[in-house]
Ligand binder design. Sequence first.
Ligand code: VG1
Ligand code: CO
Length: 582
Amino acid sequence: MTKTSPIDGQKPGTSGLRKKTKEFMSENYLSNFVQSVFDAVIDGGTDVSKGVLMIGGDGRYFNDKAIQIIIKMGVANGVKKFWIGQDGLLSTPAVSATVRERSGSDGEKSFGAFILTASHNPGGPDEDFGIKYNTQNGGPAPEYLMQATFANTKSIKSYKICPDFPEIDIAKIGSTTVVSEDGISSVTAEVIPSAENHVALLKTIFDFDAIKALLNRDDFTMIYDSMHGVNGPYSKAVFVDELGQPESVLMNHIPKDDFGGGHADPNLTYAKELVAIMGLDRKGGKIDVAGSIPSFGAAADGDGDRNMILGTQFFVTPSDSLAVLVANANSIPFFSSRGGLKAVARSMPTSGAVDLVAKDLNLDFFETPTGWKFFGNLMDSACVFKGKDYTPFICGEESFGTGSDHVREKDGIWAVLAWLNILAANNPDASKPLVTVEDIVKKHWSKYGRNYYCRWDFEGVDKAKATAMMDKMRSDTASNTGRTVGSYTIATADDFKYTDPVDGSVAQKQGIRFLMSDGSRIIFRLSGTAGSGATVRMYIEQYESEKLDQTVSSALEELTKIALDLCDIKTFCGTETPTVIT
Ligand code: VG1
Ligand code: CO
């Protein structure tokens, strides 16, 4: 037992707790939080002495040290067996896959996992660190568990740690067993290959032979940017070891503890090296490139759960990507072999492109708050909650996250393989001209219409001022409803509230929405992943059934002006210039 006292601000956000690395490294900070999780998990009825605790992270600065601390605390809290990703690396989707798929030599399974990541936030001693906890279904800890954890952080008096438990050599695959002095009990820490279970699972989902044939066409080239995050080893295992591609298809695939000084966030602004190779600028406009441009480009974020998809000089918005994947899902064996896709979900700010496909294909459809934890219940509806079965299931967010019920997290490399599988299915004959990413998306628009969409982020604004801005819009919802603004009428202004159809839990205050009478939308949220300060997110969407070839900025020009007026961010936060547009 080590004495401690509560530390302010340990409230988990959209996806775990994220703070400056230095704050995490300060005395008791990590230990307080980890003990609070252990107490919540044990109080919730989990016997941590049975089964396995998994630990891994995205390789950012402090990853390796944090792992050793958590092992020592785990031992003191009664954990008897650990699985640790080699070199401390486990991507977020790989954790989910490994929790679900891996069995130990005695048939033991994992009851939960600590994932050390601040995802797309920059890493390094002066940047961000983060930690999240996933439960035995492989998904993020549900809301009640995080609330219990937060409550524990406010009353903690001591934490448990075995300082004498040996440091584990996380570079080497293998297991270390330590027997207690009386010889009665033992603890085993096993270092496991980071990609093994995840890659094995992906191979059961997709038609790897068809993807291989596509990749081997003379007129098809690809490039995959791992942005120096954890995805590197996974992209190598899949594209080089399994699909036989040269290592030159991989970019920035060696994990670095500061992501090479970059922002491992796959969007047009931060993945600028890849975006330039694909012949685009940060607004998605075409630029001249010397030499040939690959047919397919993709990028991943720090912890490997996000994806960006690009064709030759063509950017696929995440919302369109989700809609195209849903429309073409049944060309992927995972869906077709189980009777076809059954249900889809998107987070509230994600565009309505997928709604149109769901309606057309008669699929069950859900609109959830931001964050992956809300999708998990829908996927587990039958197998855990004994309700209606919504699987096979696809879901996604506008923030470059897509996935299915093969795991309980978003999965970057899954989305890349899904696109390649769909491209392969659209190109059965290698002697015919290549049907490109752009062809597939344009054909989709001509069938369903186009949801012009963008998100503006105002990062690093003052938290109190941003909160005041949100409060003002919240209190004005009634008076804004019915108002005419420019050529639009606000049919409804509200604050999004979600009642989980599976467990009945209610999530309030999930974003201010202005729903226009023509179906256009303006949405505001405060980010729940900012490591410090506040980030305001402004989402704009306009549907067009016929005008399919406009630029996004001109299609959304009037709505964007209206949005800036409605929130009055200039007065509240002193700026109306976003730091990032996606
Ligand atoms: C952001 C995204 C959200 C995503 C979350 C975690 O949250 O908007 O869609 O689920 O990050 O993604 P927020 O609260 O900042 O808007 V990851 O890849 O950072 O774990
Ligand atoms: Co991420």
